[in-house]
Write a protein that binds this ligand. Structure first.
Ligand code: FMN
Length: 382
């Protein structure tokens, strides 16, 4: 069984990712993991933090001389900023100056429910962990999973479909290969899968508009996985259904408020004949489909078609334009505004989405092809 957790606070010593169940003898590609961390930090509309952090992974356990040992893997992404926060964030005993206590919860964050739940009088005790800085751990672990999948022929990618009210025109992507769209998205500052200056400009203008107005924006993105064998996940129990597992992985990303597999919500508007993928057979291909509206999963089981997941991200909750809130100490109203924040992080969230799909898929794959050793996994894999 593949187990995955993260630990770490946004301004603590670092963000840590724990992976257990990764087969032994897999050669780590350190550069690949670091390049994935860099992909998470890119994107038009990011805030000041991204300029401070240049994330790099360090393995603390589970890897020896460049290869996995089959033992628990602990990865660290150190927070370079920690030295400036040590007095406030150190684990050792200490006195916090009164003015450093955060008593103003920001709407749209875990701040208020978090302090009420845990009985804190300092919002920082919540916001440090609820921050999306945590996604550096997801991307580090996801990169390792992705690399393993890649060497089995499974490719995972993503692209942005919309930011705020601006959408990628459907006719520009319809009928195109997923890998081709992904390649274009990698070259775009807003991760859109088209090479068109005018469309790219429309996206950037939307973000510039939001920045100028002190606003923030959300959007939608698509994550895909190709080269998927038939039979990952199972219809036999609710928590084995792969669509459900992928949805949890994606929905657990900070600010994600909607997940669709295949046609998703659109399918609810259409008659059945326009939703289900008819089945064909010939001796060369075996069973095959001409459409993939199901997004590669039927009954919680992969059907061999590419997995297609879409996600909706809400606008970043910290705005330059203040939102009304109430001080938890004085109970006085105030207007919450920011120090520094992203205006839009949809392109980065898409990269985090890839990581969550990679972790979920590797977990499901190791259930179907259990292997302690990567060589064995290669033999078992069809
Ligand atoms: C990649 C990424 C970057 C984010 N950056 C910020 C940010 O700079 N400022 C902010 O207020 N929220 C940011 N968020 C969103 C918040 O972390 C999130 O909305 C908050 O933790 C509350 O969780 P919820 O929206 O899932 O309820 C980001 C989310 C992601 C995925």
């Amino acid at each position: 069984m593949l187990r995955f957790f993260t630990a770490g606070e946004s301004h603590g010593k670092g963000i840590f990712a724990y992976l257990e169940g990764v087969p032994a003898n897999f050669e780590i590609d350190f550069d690949f993991i670091n390049s994935e961390l860099a992909r998470r930090q890119r994107g038009y509309g990011r805030g000041g933090r991204m300029k401070i952090e240049r994330d790099k992974v360090e393995f603390l356990s589970g890897v020896r001389l460049g290869k996995t040992l089959g033992s628990p893997i602990l990865m660290a992404v150190w927070n370079r900023d920690y030295k400036n926060w040590e007095e406030i964030m150190k684990p050792e005993k200490g006195e916090l100056p009164k003015e450093k206590v955060v008593s103003r919860p920001r709407p749209g964050h875990a701040d208020l429910p978090g302090v009420l739940k845990y009985g804190f009088d300092d919002v920082r005790n919540v916001l440090e962990r609820s921050s999306a800085r945590e996604t550096a751990g997801r991307v580090a672990a996801g990169a390792l999973c992705k690399d393993i999948l890649r060497r089995l022929g499974i490719e995972i990618g993503s692209f942005v479909l919309s930011i705020g009210s601006v959408k990628v025109p459907r006719e520009m992507i319809e009928g195109k290969e997923l890998k081709e769209l992904f390649k274009l998205a990698e070259e775009s500052e807003v991760r859109i899968p088209v090479k068109d200056k005018e469309v790219e400009e429309r996206f950037k203008e939307e973000i510039d508009w939001a920045r100028k107005k002190g606003e923030s924006l959300g959007g939608t993105f698509l994550v895909f996985a190709t080269g998927i064998p038939v039979g990952l996940g199972s219809h036999t129990q609710w928590d084995k259904r792969l669509d459900g597992r992928i949805a949890q992985g994606i929905m657990s990303i900070q600010a994600i408020k909607g997940v669709e597999i295949g046609l998703g919500f659109k399918g609810a508007e259409l008659p059945g004949s326009k939703v289900h993928d008819e089945i064909f057979y010939n001796s060369e291909k075996g069973f095959y489909r001409l459409t993939n509206r199901a997004g590669g999963i039927e009954g919680g089981i992969t059907n061999g078609e590419p997995i297609i997941v879409k996600a909706a991200m809400k606008p970043i909750p910290t705005l330059y334009r203040p939102l009304r809130s109430v001080d938890i100490r004085t109970k006085e109203p105030f207007e919450a505004s920011v120090e520094r924040s992203d205006v839009c992080a949809v392109p980065a969230a898409a990269v985090v989405g890839e990581a969550m799909v990679a972790i979920t898929l590797l977990g499901a794959l190791l259930e179907r092809y259990p292997a302690d050793d990567f060589k064995r996994l290669r033999e078992l894999f069809p």
